[in-house]
Write a protein that binds this ligand. Structure first.
Ligand SMILES: Cc1cc2nc3c(=O)[nH]c(=O)nc-3n(C[C@H](O)[C@H](O)[C@H](O)COP(=O)(O)OP(=O)(O)OC[C@H]3O[C@@H](n4cnc5c(N)ncnc54)[C@H](O)[C@@H]3O)c2cc1C
Length: 395
């Protein structure tokens, strides 16, 4: 595989670099950095507005929807250049990276006209209301109900782990509309106005001390049928578009780990002379990050040929969670007792790292995908796929 840019890719990179050199903001905090989260959120909103203003708001969306109409290879080049300048990961990823492509694929022309422009310009922001206390890995087991009443749906239930919901204007919601169907078949996808009466958002405090995600309670919330995305009871297929885009976004997160900074920390804390174990660990982190980059390139190359990646994104997600944990533990060991004395960037990263084993599909579930699709082992048994949801035993 040739990793050098083709002439057209090089031209695109030059164009991206010229734009970024002129516009990258001086301050751009990370949501895992321990910085003031309200301030970071404002910085991310402002940056998205700048990107949209100059036509860089959503690289892969079609031009007719305000995107740049580029392919996955350009997206990777763009991500690389963003990451080099410390603006690689945005708190608006759910909207731009997941909701936008879902609306483009499944929205009616009216819905696309109504929602895509404000989303792109960060005039309206979005969260994802999928997980529930009893439905995470087994997402199709969700129990939130939507019942038809005239032109509306009335929604009752509880969602959880909803990143950013305390800030957002809209949410993508999946709810059960027909419990007499098997669990994957009676689900419908809605676009929810987060200001609607009956919605209560309660931030959850993580061990970092911050609140990235929330519980969302839905009590008799009315959603117009015009805010249904896709066909009635076909929400599982619509949600697959969202989840596939989520996995892609997670794969690119290796940008979050700044290897040079980790190396500098280890070297400095060791007085310029890291011992053999530290050198060995640094080398392992470096090689694993490099492997992730190459795997990412494989995914991109598949996408470039119009082939959907299958298990690669699971392997990437699994490897990413492992390397994040390893790297942040290495930083903690380098800091030694100092790590306990004052909070800082690495302490916060260390406390946030376990979340990477859970978000976007847990490590155990990714291993099952790899076992089935890479190793060809028999499919995990499931006895509930064909039975009506309402007949399934539930705790
Ligand atoms: C940082 C972060 C952000 C998130 N943001 C959002 C968001 O914005 N919106 C949203 O809807 N959700 C969000 N989530 C939720 C996330 O998608 C779920 O946490 C995840 O799918 C796991 O579900 P669960 O927490 O219910 O765990 P469970 O599914 O209950 O799993 C519990 C444990 O059992 C294991 N397990 C479960 N099933 C199997 C199996 N078949 N085989 C082997 N082991 C299994 C799991 O690996 C895990 O260790 C977020 C999570 C995190 C950590």
């Amino acid at each position: 595989m040739d990793f050098t840019d083709s002439p057209s890719e090089a031209a695109f990179r030059a164009e991206a670099v010229a734009f970024l050199e002129a516009h990258v903001p001086e301050e751009f905090g990370s949501y895992t950095s321990g910085d003031d989260q309200e301030k970071v959120y404002e910085q991310h909103l402002a940056w998205q507005k700048t990107l949209a203003q100059h036509g860089w708001g959503a690289l892969t969306w079609p031009e007719s929807y305000g995107g740049r109409g580029k392919g996955p290879i350009e997206q990777i080049i763009w991500n690389e250049e963003l990451s080099k300048r410390g603006v690689g990961h945005s708190m608006l990823t759910v909207g731009i990276g997941m909701v936008g492509p879902t609306l483009v694929a499944h929205g009616t022309p009216e819905q696309q006209e109504r929602y895509l422009g404000p989303l792109l310009r960060a005039d309206e922001t979005w969260c994802q209301l999928f997980s529930e206390p009893g439905a995470g890995s087994d997402l199709a087991g969700l129990a939130t109900r939507a019942v038809r009443d005239g032109d509306d749906w009335v929604v009752n239930g509880q969602k959880t782990w909803c990143s950013g919901a305390q800030h957002n204007d809209f949410g993508i919601l999946i709810a059960r509309t027909d419990p007499s169907l098997p669990k994957h078949k009676g689900i419908t996808f809605f676009l929810l106005d987060m200001k609607a009466p009956g919605i209560e958002v309660r931030p959850l405090i993580e061990m970092t001390g911050e609140s990235h995600f929330n519980e969302v309670f839905l009590n008799d919330v009315r959603v117009p049928d015009s805010a249904r995305l896709g066909e009635l009871n076909a929400g599982w297929a619509v949600a697959q578009t969202t989840l596939m885009n989520e996995r892609m976004a997670m794969g690119g997160l290796s940008n979050l780990l700044h290897f040079d900074e980790l190396k500098a920390l280890v070297v400095e804390e060791a007085g310029g002379h890291p011992d053999a174990t530290q050198r060995d660990e640094l080398a392992k982190v470096y090689s694993q990050l490099r492997c992730l980059e190459l795997l990412n390139a494989r995914v991109v190359s598949k996408l470039g040929r119009g082939v959907m990646p299958t298990a690669e994104s699971s392997v990437m997600k699994l490897a990413l969670a492992r390397v994040m944990t390893k790297a942040n533990a290495l930083a903690m060991r380098a800091l030694g007792p100092k790590a306990l004395l004052r909070p800082g960037y690495w302490q916060n990263e260390y406390l946030f790292a376990p979340a990477f084993h859970i978000a976007g599909g847990t490590s155990e579930v990714q291993k099952t995908v790899c076992a089935e699709r890479v190793l060809g082992l028999p499919r995990e048994e499931s006895s509930d796929r064909q039975r009506a949801f309402e007949e399934l035993p539930r705790s």
